[in-house]
Design a protein around this ligand. Structure first.
Ligand code: PAF
Length: 282
């Protein structure tokens, strides 16, 4: 695996390839990331991953400083997964001057849900992804569906800027008990880890209620909020939204595809998850 620490090294190395397939990450890699690498591999003529903990997408009180940096094991895992090139710039290499020119995604999508609870988060994400796209110049990029809103935002950005990049969404990788894999799961103690599966269970219960024909979505959401709160969680949101734009659906929605999305804090750890729901008949 070739490791580039600067944009110039990366561009030199990638000049020989026509169709880079790209997986951006912030490191602290788990099996979910490696599944993205394996999915990217047959889609291009060179597989590129990046590791960059992007300060721009962290709020001042969030975990930028303590975000786990696990360089040696990340490199080992990427090699084993068949990654060809790792782009790992430091902050000076990616942001040699303050990044005052930023991508401001559509507020209709960027200011709800994650964007509501983490203001500016998607400006940070879109800005770094746009910059990484300029560095790697991929033809295809793979993002996990676990960050559902992020994936939608990236698709929208790529479409609006006519970037010649195919965005592939990859199914969420789950532990045996159903917990969505996340770098932040490492913050959970043993008791919290056992409890954490309740987030995906809450989403499943919401999906089952919709599929069973219940149409009072507010009641379904309120029940899910209450169930998690009673177990000691601090939920930010548990909602049912249209898959097309993440807005609240209107009934009779006539088979409109839905997604249940959740973010909740368990102890000091904020977890997110989502579940696509098969279109219910009206
Ligand atoms: O999903 C992530 O890990 C990050 O948001 C990303 C896409 C690598 C941008 O920093």
């Amino acid at each position: 695996m070739y490791i580039a620490h600067t944009i110039a090294e990366l561009r030199d190395h990638l000049a020989a390839f026509k169709r880079p397939a790209f997986v951006p990450t912030m490191g602290n890699l788990h099996d979910g990331h490696l599944a993205l690498i394996r999915q990217a591999k047959p889609l291009g003529d060179v597989t590129v991953a990046s590791i960059f903990v992007n300060r721009l997408q962290f709020l001042p009180h969030e975990d930028f400083d303590t975000y786990p940096r696990t360089w040696d094991s990340d490199c080992e895992k990427l090699r084993a997964a068949g990654c060809d090139v790792l782009f790992a710039p430091d902050e000076k290499a990616l942001y040699p001057e303050p990044q005052t020119c930023k991508v401001h995604p559509d507020p209709a999508l960027a200011d709800i849900l994650e964007g509501h609870f983490r203001p500016g988060f998607f400006v940070g994400v879109c800005t770094v992804v746009m910059k990484l796209f300029q560095c790697v110049q991929p033809r295809v990029a793979v993002f996990g569906k676990k960050d559902y809103q992020q994936l939608m935002m990236i698709r929208h950005m790529v479409r609006q800027f006519a970037l010649p990049i195919e965005i592939v969404g990859s199914e969420t990788f789950r532990a045996d008990d159903g917990l969505a894999l996340s770098s932040r799961n490492g913050y959970l103690n043993n008791g919290e880890r056992a409890e954490a599966v309740q987030l995906s269970k809450a989403l499943k219960a919401m999906a089952e209620a919709v599929q069973a024909g219940e149409r009072d979505l507010a009641a379904i959401e309120a029940r899910a909020m209450q169930a998690l709160t009673e177990r000691g969680w601090q939920p930010d949101y548990l909602v049912l939204r249209r898959r097309t734009d993440l807005q609240a659906p209107t009934f009779g929605m006539n088979g409109e595809p839905l997604v249940a999305l959740a973010a909740a804090r368990l102890g000091g750890t904020r977890l997110i998850d989502n579940l696509e729901i098969e279109a219910p008949a009206s």
